[in-house]
Structure formats: structure tokens, C-alpha cells
Design a protein around this ligand. Structure first.
Ligand code: GTR
Length: 361
């Protein structure tokens, strides 16, 4: 059986710890390298993220009796005052009354429902976490239509430029704006906010945490292609397919690499590295071969180099060969698990992710 270093070597990854001009990366110039990595990821994959805009949150409804009265639930209208006009979308916030300084999960959701099969709110708040969520479609629809929400304000019906942001970037931007608002309210610890999402929203959460250093942790659940998974040598979904079916998730430039992963000036361990020195968590499902658990694990392993440069353990314990489900790596700054079963954001994922965070908040 091949060792992890052998598997990584086969993927022929671009160098993480060498600056564009060839200078080796040290602890001192790491911030400059991180800025380069973010620039590459913006130019080539997700598109350029605009500057933060002012936000305003208005609580429009409060339910003090949520979950048998254990939780205060607020419905909030969050308005982003962009240079091109305002956009308002609903955010739900659930604060456990038993913990007045609660760490928070900010879940970028597929649906407006609460609870939801991907959002076991009572379980999460019973663990002492607050839970904030928004439905990604209310920020910008999940399609090629750029005339609504943030798409309508920043793009409209013209053709996007090659490096202009796509929908994943817009959803990630919205999550950062939710954090702007969370920083202004009581009953939570805004320094302990973990952004999370599943699948396309796992890609989004990881990109959000990579860019926004205020997040305590970024979780990618089964994010696969365009998210945590290493693209070179990946099985299942690949650049050619994802840019064919979902070109609007990324900047138009990304499609140029269709069928040519070897030419990408990045690979996905760059995204994990941008989260350093903060916590990052990658979750995989054994039967989710479309996402490719092995390629997700390899980006945790390769991204660990940035953490080690900064004097922190990456993914720990070090695994000699590819982990098989069920397996959990909770001793480092990057958490990883691979569970049995299919593509899903289930109770087991949440329990493992909460256990990782509970030991650190
Ligand atoms: C699939 C897509 C994946 C993943 C998934 C999801 O159709 O190919 O990249 O994002 O959707 O988000 O559910």
C-alpha cells in the first residue's frame, strides 16, 4: 500500500511554500505568501472578492420559547449596503440560554428550514453552541442568473469578466457580512465563530474561512471538487465537469483549465493553508466517490505544511497510509474525519465536528 508522502508525490502539486519569485517561504514572510495564495485563488478559481460593505441587522421576530424554552431564536433582516445598492436577506440566530458567551456555528444552508436534516439545531444548542444560518439562495440564486441578489448588484445582465467572482464567492462574502453583524450582538463569543457548509456550501465555507481571518474555524463537509479535494489526480467530479455544469459558481477564467488540471497554478491545499494558523476541519464520507475522500484527505495532509511552518501541528496523528472509514484525526489544528456512508451532512458529522471544537473553544 502506498504511503501518504508517495501519494502526494504522485499528484505533483504546485509548491505551497515557495513565493512566486522563487524565494522560500519562512514564518516571517508567510503573510505575504498567504496574500499571494489568496490572489491566485481569486484570479483563477473563485473570482475577485469586493471590499466589505457596511451591514445593518434588524431583529424582526424573537421566540424565547424555542426548544422548550432553552433557546432564544431571532429572525433577523440583514441589509448589505453595497456601493451599487442594498440587498436584504434573512438570517436566523439561535442562542442557548445556558451559555451566555456561546461559540457559534454559522451554517450556510441549502434551505430556509429550521431545523432541517442538515441543521440539527437542538443537538447543537444543547452542546452549548449558538447557531446562525442563512439560505444561500436568498443571497444570490444558485444558477447562471446574475440579475438577482448580490449577483444583480455586482454583475447584472452583462457578461462577467474573466476574473470576476461567481456565486460561491458571493455566498462566502455574505457569510462574512453575517459575522460583521454577529460581532455587534450579545450572548455569543464572536471570536469563536465557525463557518460551515456541506457540498457546494462546504466549498463556500472553506473559501470564506480562507479569506476572513476573523473566523475561528472553517469546516468543509464533503466539499469535493472546487472545495477541499486536491484536483490533480482526483477521481469523480473534475474541473471539466464542474465548469461545464456549474460555471457560475466560479470565475469564468477557471473554465480555461478544463481537462488540464496539471496547468492549474494552484491546488486545493492552498485553500486549507490560507486558513492557517486557525482551525480548519475537513469531513469526508467513504461512499462519496464523486467528492473523492482520498483527495480531500490529501489536501489536509498537504496543507499541514503551512501550519507546521507556523509552529503548529497540521492534521494529527500522522497517518502512514490512506485512512479508511471510520477514522478521526482530532489532535492537530486541522481536523479530519471520514465516516461510513454517502454524501450527506448528518448527525455523525456534527457530533465529530462539535467534539473537535469543544476541546478548543
Ligand atoms: C453536485 C456537484 C458537487 C457538489 C454537489 C452539491 O451536483 O457536482 O460539486 O457540490 O452538487 O452541492 O450537492
Amino acid at each position: 500500500m502506498k504511503t501518504i508522502p508517495e501519494l502526494l508525490c504522485e499528484r505533483e502539486l504546485p509548491e505551497l511554500l515557495i513565493m512566486r519569485d522563487g524565494t522560500p517561504v519562512t514564518r516571517d514572510n508567510w503573510p505575504a505568501r498567504r496574500a499571494e495564495l489568496l490572489d491566485i485563488l481569486q484570479q483563477e478559481l473563485y473570482g475577485v472578492t469586493p471590499a466589505p460593505c457596511p451591514v445593518e441587522g434588524k431583529i424582526i421576530q424573537t421566540d424565547e420559547r424555542y426548544c422548550a424554552g432553552k433557546v432564544r431564536h431571532d429572525t433577523v433582516d440583514l441589509t448589505l449596503h453595497t456601493p451599487y445598492g442594498d440587498h436584504t436577506f434573512p438570517v436566523q440566530l439561535f442562542r442557548p440560554k445556558a451559555n451566555p458567551n456561546a461559540p457559534v456555528f454559522l451554517h450556510i444552508c441549502f434551505r430556509p428550514d429550521f431545523p432541517d436534516r442538515y441543521s440539527p439545531i437542538e443537538e447543537i444548542t444543547d452542546h452549548g453552541f449558538a447557531f446562525a444560518m442563512f439560505d444561500y439562495n436568498t443571497v444570490a440564486t444558485d444558477d447562471g442568473d446574475f440579475t438577482n441578489g448580490l449577483g444583480g448588484l455586482y454583475v447584472g445582465d452583462r457578461k462577467r469578466r474573466p476574473h470576476e467572482w461567481g456565486k460561491l464567492g458571493m455566498w462566502a462574502y455574505a457569510a462574512s457580512r453575517v459575522l460583521d453583524w454577529l460581532e455587534t450582538i450579545d450572548g455569543i463569543d464572536a471570536k469563536k465563530v465557525t463557518v460551515t457548509g456541506h457540498s457546494r456550501l462546504g466549498k463556500t465555507a472553506l473559501w470564506c474561512a480562507a479569506q476572513d481571518e476573523r473566523f475561528f474555524c472553517g469546516i468543509s463537509n464533503d466539499s469535493g471538487c472546487g472545495g477541499a479535494a486536491i484536483e490533480r489526480g482526483k477521481v469523480g467530479e473534475r474541473t471539466e465537469r464542474i465548469t461545464e455544469v456549474f460555471p457560475f459558481w466560479f470565475c469564468p477564467r477557471y473554465k480555461d483549465y478544463s481537462g488540464h488540471a496539471e496547468l492549474l497554478p494552484f491546488d486545493h491545499h492552498f485553500i486549507v493553508a490560507c486558513v492557517a494558523p486557525r482551525y480548519c476541519y475537513i469531513a469526508s464520507a467513504e461512499e462519496d466517490l464523486w467528492a473523492d475522500p482520498a483527495s480531500e484527505y490529501l489536501s489536509a495532509a498537504a496543507g499541514s505544511a503551512a501550519y507546521e511552518l507556523l509552529g503548529l501541528p497540521g492534521v494529527l496523528p500522522v497517518c502512514e497510509t490512506m485512512p479508511t472509514a471510520p477514522a478521526e484525526f482530532h489532535d492537530g489544528t486541522i481536523g479530519y474525519h471520514v465516516r461510513k456512508g454517502l454524501h450527506y451532512y448528518g448527525r455523525e458529522d456534527w457530533l465529530r465536528q462539535m467534539a473537535f471544537l469543544e476541546a478548543r473553544v
